[in-house]
Each structure stands twice: as structure tokens, then as C-alpha cells.
Design a binder for this molecule. Structure first.
Ligand SMILES: Nc1ncnc2c1ncn2[C@@H]1O[C@H](COP(=O)(O)OP(=O)(O)OP(=O)(O)O)[C@@H](O)[C@H]1O
Ligand SMILES: [Mg+2]
Length: 248
């Protein structure tokens, strides 16, 4: 596997919603370039467009104008079959988990992987490893409804990593976790990035999470209003100072 992760670029990206006579511009002319292997915190108030931007980059929603380019592939120009292949390669953690209620935890993690890519036993082994890594060893046979919100969120994180994605789009992946578990999840993601190469774009409201990222971009009313390189000229270990400057 390429050890660098994907590069991501948006150019003049626009997404509008029409409800009755109202027109709302959820993403308003966003152009941003994300380097391969970087971990970027996407912040901004509720309703600022974080989820919408992640959905556009993940090709879960279609853009009204502008382009998304991932590793030189213009994702916004792909046709249906190629889009399905693209979605399969990107890891996505949904803000509301979207676990399948009738499947066990283990089968939820296995579910997105195309059957021909790995044997069932291989897939189950990998799913168990990922579940252990997110702290859910022993809960493989539970149903989502038997888990807490934070546990369901961790299943969703394990599922997103199943295909060893080079790009992970995570919508508030630690939003329902206590700060210790949230920090452990970020440890896991950063470790995977370091070992296998992965670009991570994660929406977050939490200073402690954003402060450990390489870069912070902030949206407001669908516009990109701030872009900070958090690795620039300071001690990466000094996250306290960074956190106090971030004003999330
Ligand atoms: N399907 C939809 N139909 C109409 N409006 C929508 C739809 N999805 C999102 N919006 C609107 O687009 C804007 C951006 O929403 P989005 O969910 O991207 O915000 P967010 O930054 O993720 O917020 P939060 O922090 O609450 O998750 C909001 O004003 C929202 O109401
Ligand atoms: Mg959101």
C-alpha cells in the first residue's frame, strides 16, 4: 500500500439546499487543498457546513458547483459505477453512526467490505482486531441497540477502517466519547496514519482533539474562514498552548 495517504482538493465547491422558497448555501465556494498524510480538524459552529463538506468529499452528496479531486481523480465527475468504487475506498464515520440494527457488532464492521476482496475468516479476524483496538473486544455478538452511544460510535470507527482506507472522513468521531476514550481513538487514528499512511479529515467541536491535529480549518456559514497550520514552528508536544489559542 502507498504509505502517504490521499491528497484531497476542492475547487469552488458549492452545495445548496432548497426548502420551499428558501435557498440555503450550506457550502459556499470552498477551495482547499489537503496534503497526503495530514490530519486536519474541521471546526465551526453547528450548521456551518462541516457534515456537508465531508459528505461532498466522500461523494455521499453531490455538489451543485465546483469539484472534488482525490489523488488526481475528479470525484465530482465520476459516473455511478466509478463512484461506488470510490466510496468503497474511502473510510467514512457518520455523525449518527448508521449501524445496521439487525446485524451484530462484528457483522456491522465486516458489512462494507466487498465479499470477493477477502475470505470471510480473514474479514472476521480483521474486524475483531479493529474492535479490540477501539476497546470493544468481547462485544462482537452484541446488537447495536444493546450498546451505548459511545460504543456504537466506536463500532462505526472500526467499520470505517475495515478497508484500510487512504482517506478517512470522520464526522465528530469522538463526539459521544468521554475525553479519555476520545483521546484513545485519536491515538489509534494517528498511529494508523503513521504506520500505514492515511489522510484524515475530522469534524470536531473539541479543543483537545483539534489541538493534536496538523492543521485546523474553520467553517462559518458554509465559508472557509480560518486555516491554521498547527505544526508551524512550535513544539508539537505543547498542545496546551495550541488548545488555548484555538477558541473552539
Ligand atoms: N438535507 C438537508 N436539507 C436542507 N438543509 C440541510 C440539509 N442538510 C444540511 N442542511 C443545512 O445545511 C447547513 C449545514 O449543515 P451541516 O449538517 O453541514 O452542519 P454542521 O456544521 O455539520 O453542524 P453540526 O455541528 O450541528 O453537525 C445547515 O444550515 C443545515 O440546516
Ligand atoms: Mg455535522
Amino acid at each position: 500500500m502507498d504509505a502517504t495517504g490521499s491528497t484531497v482538493r476542492t475547487d469552488g465547491l458549492v452545495r445548496e439546499f432548497h426548502t420551499g422558497a428558501e435557498r440555503l448555501t450550506a457550502i459556499d465556494d470552498v477551495s482547499v487543498e489537503i496534503a497526503a498524510g495530514s490530519v486536519v480538524a474541521l471546526t465551526g459552529p453547528s450548521g456551518s457546513g462541516k457534515s456537508t463538506l465531508l459528505h461532498l468529499i466522500g461523494a455521499i452528496e453531490r455538489a451543485d458547483r465546483g469539484t472534488v479531486t482525490v489523488d488526481d481523480v475528479v470525484v465530482t465527475g465520476l459516473r455511478r459505477a466509478a463512484l461506488a468504487g470510490y466510496r468503497q475506498r474511502v473510510g467514512f464515520v457518520f455523525q449518527r453512526y448508521h449501524l445496521l440494527p439487525a446485524l451484530t457488532v462484528l457483522d456491522n464492521v465486516i458489512a462494507p467490505v466487498l465479499p470477493q476482496r477477502r475470505g470471510r475468516a480473514d474479514r472476521a479476524d480483521r474486524a475483531r482486531e479493529l474492535l479490540a483496538a477501539v476497546g470493544l473486544a468481547g462485544r462482537e455478538r452484541a446488537l447495536p441497540a444493546q450498546l451505548s452511544g459511545g460504543q456504537q460510535q466506536r463500532v462505526a470507527i472500526a467499520r470505517s477502517l475495515m478497508g484500510a482506507p487512504r482517506l478517512l472522513l470522520a464526522d465528530e468521531p469522538t463526539g459521544n466519547l468521554d475525553s479519555t476514550t476520545g483521546a484513545q481513538i485519536l491515538d489509534l487514528l494517528l498511529d494508523l496514519r503513521d504506520r500505514h499512511g492515511m489522510t484524515i479529515l475530522l469534524a470536531t467541536h473539541e479543543q483537545a482533539i483539534a489541538a493534536r491535529c496538523d492543521r485546523l480549518i474553520r467553517l462559518n456559514d458554509g465559508r472557509l474562514v480560518e486555516d491554521v497550520d498547527l505544526t508551524d514552528g512550535e513544539d508539537p508536544a505543547d498542545t496546551y498552548d495550541r488548545a488555548s489559542r484555538l477558541r473552539l
